[in-house]
Write a protein that binds this ligand. Structure first.
Ligand code: GLA
Length: 725
């Protein structure tokens, strides 16, 4: 017989924040349901008024199937739900069918029953299934930003339980008929894909042991023809840096759900009696227009105490300048040049350690290579610091080359699921950081380097996908879950020991961009492609999750190393401006003119970084198919900076106007271009270009806009707008 606590009376909780309402029903005989997530419903006096009776129509389900409003946040087949089950697992084929009874409902730590209304808050719900001997603890939060997040913890109260999946979901209404999410590859991450939300499951899975270059990032369901500024849109994001899934599910009864969770490998998680498993957070953002969805993510990130300051330091990364060719004299000369143009942080990339003269050796041996650095890194670090710059260093802590002292000493630390090692990628394998001795070895090497050189900034790379991620000593048992937690632990330990250390999340470019890694890192590397034409698109869509100050954004060489396109400095610099600014170009090969212009661009960034690093991001409306507009507007609408990029040559011979959104309709603004370097861009400037006397209302700038010049393809302009009253 069970001695479980009494069941609870029904509770309906209506939470409101930042223009968003979340209405949750929790009662005794099943898991909680979200009755509404979306537009603010305003204050209500009772559950009925809050729309439950409108949303829920018990007579509409003729077949006995579950109506949309009855689908719980962990979908549960025993309630009559025939879609994907949120909880999958068994005890060798038993206890696979679960039915939970709610035993506790608390809002902000206090029990609630009946109808309760409040601002942002945390709802904690406990539920048990006595027969299956399982307990679920759910956390559902509405944050100040209006972002919703959900998490579940499953505890096994019986004999060993094999857990296959624990996913959470949120419902979206029937007008959400389109899906938008992202795909990608190396150098081309976050390609937007948009299509109908048809019956079936749109399933996006990553089995790469990292978030993935092809990550879905945010899966949206939205009204047809939703733009950056119009149309209701709902998006979810799984905050996990290992194997994971997102899904958008639409069943024949009309239910539409967005959800996700961790993807567990076969047999990966067995819960012994009393053991628990906690899912990653599922974040859910609602807005009218895709910008509004993005703003909730941005505002949430910016609200965190550990969020970066607005004074993001201009960075030089030497990867595309020298690759593996480390010559201390040349690098010191590069540091001198960097300081001259105003760079504030110097990052030494791959190639400084062990036998790392190319990608085939050295990973795992995090000590300075005496071959190329006979006096250690000190001469370089001293030169960097003598200019008042910070010093940053590249690591790839989870990886190992077979040609390394570490692999020779501990071949059993390498991930493998069979008697042979998995296929190599980039000549490297993955270390099992869940092995305590391996964790300690990597940890201690990192700590020693950071301490010796007082490293300010660590670029943390993860260049290969995981394959056959098993633990050799356990017969190849899967170890992805433990690996992701170990990586988090390592990052957390370093942050605790070196609180001022900034960490960049890089994975062959933008392969590890998620809110799990961003809890413990300070920016991401958006992509290995720094061709500004590609970067316009990459920044536009990475911005769906991240604000500019978290997106590493560099000015590359005139000729892109990835695409071999050539661009003027003005396009490269103006494109990179809307991120965490940096340079990745061999300044030793730059002309004096280039360096002068680069210094001017860096000065422009420094002048505007307060705005760029806290402003509200706006994308579109694009003046034309080939002309992309984006910008940042200060929170108080006193100032804005817009960029217009000509992605190709335009169809019309007369250039269109750019409508500048986000300003205060009744305030008046002065509009001016930001011109750096050679003012002659080969176009006839429109009248406002040189006219500092013109003052225009925000309403006029939004509805009429400013006339654009006839931009050459793959060029851009910057428009600065400042309030005069
Ligand atoms: C990855 C990163 C690059 C660079 C190289 C070094 O590809 O994305 O920026 O650090 O590794 O090997």
């Amino acid at each position: 017989m069970s001695n479980a606590p009494e069941s609870v009376p029904a509770a309906t909780i209506h939470l409101r924040a930042a223009g968003c309402s979340l209405l949750v029903l929790a009662d005794d005989d099943r898991l909680p349901r979200i009755r509404h997530w979306g537009a603010d419903l305003g204050e209500q006096s009772s559950a009925g008024a809050a729309g439950i009776d409108i949303v829920s129509d018990p007579h509409s389900h003729l077949s006995g199937e579950l109506p949309a409003s009855e689908v719980s946040v962990v979908t549960d087949p025993t309630t009559g739900w025939f879609g994907r089950a949120g909880l999958k697992g068994s005890r060798l084929g038993r206890s696979w069918s679960t039915s939970f009874r709610t035993t506790k409902v608390e809002l902000n730590g206090r029990p609630v029953a009946g109808f309760t209304e409040g601002g942002p808050g945390t709802l904690r719900i406990a539920a048990v299934d006595d027969e299956a001997a399982l307990t679920l603890h759910l956390v559902i939060e509405l944050l100040d930003s209006g972002l919703v997040r959900l998490r579940a913890t499953l505890t096994n109260d019986g004999a060993d339980f094999d857990l296959d999946e624990l996913s959470l979901n949120v419902p979206v209404p029937s007008q959400a008929t389109e899906i938008l999410d992202f795909a990608g590859r190396w150098g081309m991450e976050r390609q937007a894909q948009r299509h109908d939300f048809t019956v079936g499951t749109h399933l996006r899975e990553s089995r790469r042991g990292r978030t993935g270059l092809d990550a879905a990032t945010v899966v949206h369901a939205m009204e047809p023809a939703t733009t950056f500024s119009a149309g209701e849109a709902w998006g979810v994001h799984v905050a996990w840096s290992g194997n994971h899934r997102h899904f958008a599910e639409h069943d024949s009864t009309g239910v539409r759900l967005l959800g996700g969770g961790e993807l567990l490998l076969p047999g990966e998680l067995q819960l012994a009696t009393g053991e628990s498993y906690t899912t990653p957070w599922l974040y859910a953002s609602y807005g009218v227009g895709l910008d509004a969805v993005a703003h909730r993510f941005h505002n949430y990130l910016r609200d965190r105490p550990q969020h970066v300051s607005t004074d993001r330091l201009v960075t030089l990364n030497v990867w595309e300048a020298v690759y593996f060719d480390h010559d201390p004299e040349r690098l010191i000369a590069l540091a001198d040049r960097a300081a001259e143009v105003g760079i504030e942080r110097f990052v030494l990339d791959d190639g400084w350690f062990g036998a790392r003269r190319n990608s085939g050796a050295g990973l795992g041996d995090w000590t300075v290579s005496a071959d190329v650095w006979p006096d250690g890194l000190h001469p370089l670090v001293n030169a960097v610091r003598s200019h008042g710059m910070q010093f940053g260093l590249w690591f790839e802590p989870e990886m190992v080359n077979l040609d390394s002292d570490l692999a020779r000493a501990h071949p059993d630390w390498i991930m493998a699921a069979r008697s042979v090692l998995p296929r190599e990628q980039r000549s490297q394998h993955v270390l099992n950081l869940s092995i305590p001795e391996c964790f300690t070895a990597v940890h201690d090497q990192l700590v020693a380097m950071i301490a010796e050189y007082e490293i300010d900034y660590l670029k943390w790379d993860h260049n290969r996908d995981h394959l056959e991620a098993g633990l050799q000593s356990a017969g190849g048992a899967p170890t992805e879950h433990a690996q992701t937690l170990a990586v988090y632990q390592l990052l957390d330990d370093l942050k605790e020991r070196f609180p001022a250390l900034e960490i960049e999340s890089c994975a062959a470019g933008g392969g590890r961009i998620d809110l799990g890694i961003l809890e413990r890192t300070d920016r991401v590397w958006v992509s290995d492609c720094i061709d500004p034409l590609e970067r316009q698109r990459l920044m536009r869509w990475t911005g769906q999750l991240l604000p500019p100050e978290l997106m590493g954004s560099h000015i590359g060489s005139p000729r892109s190393h990835t695409t071999h396109r050539t661009h003027d400095l003005s396009f490269r610099a103006a494109t990179a401006l809307f991120g965490h600014y940096g340079v990745e170009w061999d300044l030793g090969a730059a002309t004096e003119d280039d360096l002068r212009e680069l210094a001017d661009w860096i000065a422009i960034y420094k002048k505007h970084r307060g705005l760029i690093n806290r402003g509200n991001v706006l994308r579109g409306p694009d003046p034309a198919d080939n002309l992309w507009l984006h910008g940042v507007v200060a929170g108080d609408r006193s100032e804005a900076l817009y960029g217009v990029a000509a992605m190709s040559w335009g169809a019309a011979s007369t250039p269109p106007r750019a409508r500048l959104r986000g300003l205060d309709a009744v305030r008046r603004y002065q509009v001016a271009p930001i011109v750096v370097g050679d003012a002659d861009r080969g176009f006839t400037p429109p009248r406002w270009w040189d006219d500092r006397t013109a003052v225009v209302s925000g309403a006029a700038l939004e509805s009429v806009g400013v006339q654009l010049p006839n931009l050459h393809p793959e060029h851009s302009i910057l428009i600065h707008v400042i309030a005069v009253d």
